[in-house]
Write a protein that binds this ligand. Structure first.
Ligand SMILES: *Cc1c(COP(=O)(O)O)cnc(C)c1O
Length: 371
């Protein structure tokens, strides 16, 4: 198509938006960086893999079922989640990963001229979906690595539709406790939809960490996100969900295209639920891994930031994008944080000890090169 004519068809907010570049497949990366191993510590995946009950479902999925459309509203999964949470099944909406439900909520509530509020250094998809949909994303700076409630409240105006809070925050691991979240919701007082993204809630062991789902009964404007990608290790199957009041879900449901969640994902998620042993083992691995990294990285003189969740931030004396390439050359993939507005930092997923040892060793070698 003629460049000038194509240009005419593109809205201004798409013109200025830059597409996300996903990482290349393992085999391609290993050739590119000439390494014979690859530890993926960039996406906060759970290296223990799915719980045994979910593995069984994946393995036993009857091939003929591939020809049949899945349940369009994840019927059985919603009923089970509702039963577990003491909710009505109509309070749950399942999507192709939590990423998809972000889009549902923004489409449901925003129209031209509206805005959303979130932090500048958090999961970037809230901001991206808002901006490529033509809505302003108001970003407030973190304070002590945490979401700043006062700053967010001060940015609300009569065109603000949604406030996104990531609890605990990816990448800093900070969280709002129950009292702070309640105070915030009390102040917003139903004026906006408040989304609390709890992608990492299953990793949190702190007593004062709020259960967003339990707060739904008190706050009719609250929307909670959960995912099967992180603790339940089903990232490859793409399944997550939101929970909210029935009338809110009824509105959001209008914006979703049916059948985006495949049948294997629905069945595996259902099976994965409530495997307490899997959760216990995963938490243990994360606890040990964090202790190991904290000790080793402090020995290397590096500053770390870690709180809740299966990840940790590390400050590097060389540029984070250069560090990414250096570590890739040794078969260790981390997340460089320039894209999170944290230049000079990397984020590493807490994994098995052999992977973390490889990371520390590679970091050590790289730092020596630059001394
Ligand atoms: C990983 C992640 C998600 C997305 O999860 P999917 O269900 O895989 O789309 C959402 N929010 C945060 C904060 C995450 O880290």
């Amino acid at each position: 198509m003629l460049a000038a004519r194509l240009e005419n068809l593109v809205p201004a907010h798409i013109k200025k938006f830059e597409a996300y570049t996903p990482s290349k497949p393992d085999d391609v990366l290993m050739k590119l960086y000439r390494c014979d191993r690859l530890f993926r510590l960039n996406n906060n995946e759970n290296p223990l893999g799915p719980p045994p009950s979910a593995r069984e479902i994946i393995q036993g999925f009857p091939p003929p079922h591939a020809s049949v459309y899945p349940s369009g509203d994840a019927y059985h999964l919603r009923y089970r989640l509702a039963e577990n949470f003491g909710l009505n099944p109509d309070q749950i909406l399942v999507g192709n990963g939590a990423n998809e439900v972000i889009g549902f909520v923004i489409k449901a509530f925003c129209s031209e001229g509206d805005n959303i509020i979130t932090a500048d250094k958090t999961f970037a998809v809230y901001e991206w979906v808002a901006e490529f949909s033509g809505f302003e994303a108001r970003l407030t700076p973190l304070i002590d690595f945490a979401f700043d409630d006062q700053a967010m409240l001060s940015r609300i105006d009569n065109r603000t539709k949604i406030i996104f809070l990531c609890n605990p925050n990816n990448p800093t691991g900070t969280y709002w406790n129950d009292a702070k979240l309640r105070r915030f919701l009390d102040t917003v007082d139903g004026g906006q939809i408040v989304v609390v993204d709890e992608a990492y809630c299953e990793f949190v062991e702190k007593e004062d960490y709020p259960d967003g789902v339990a707060l739904l009964a008190e706050y009719p404007n609250l929307v909670v996100f959960r995912t099967f990608s992180k603790m339940y290790a089903l990232a490859g199957l793409r399944i997550g969900y939101l929970a909210a009041a029935t009338d809110v879900v009824e509105i959001i449901r209008r914006t979703c295209v049916v059948y985006s969640v495949n049948g294997v994902a629905q069945a595996a998620a259902l099976a994965a639920l409530g495997d307490d042993d899997h959760i216990r083992r995963s938490r243990e691995m994360v606890r040990e891994g964090k202790a190991f990294l904290t000790r080793e990285l402090s020995n290397l003189g590096l500053k770390t930031v870690s709180g809740e969740g299966n990840f940790m931030m590390v400050q590097t004396p060389v540029s984070d994008t250069l560090m990414y390439r250096k570590l890739m050359g040794r078969g260790v993939m981390i997340r460089s944080m320039t894209g999170f507005r944290y230049p000079g930092w990397i984020r590493v997923t807490i994994s098995h000890m052999n992977a973390l040892e490889a990371f520390v060793e590679s970091l050590h070698v790289t730092l020596r090169e630059f001394q």
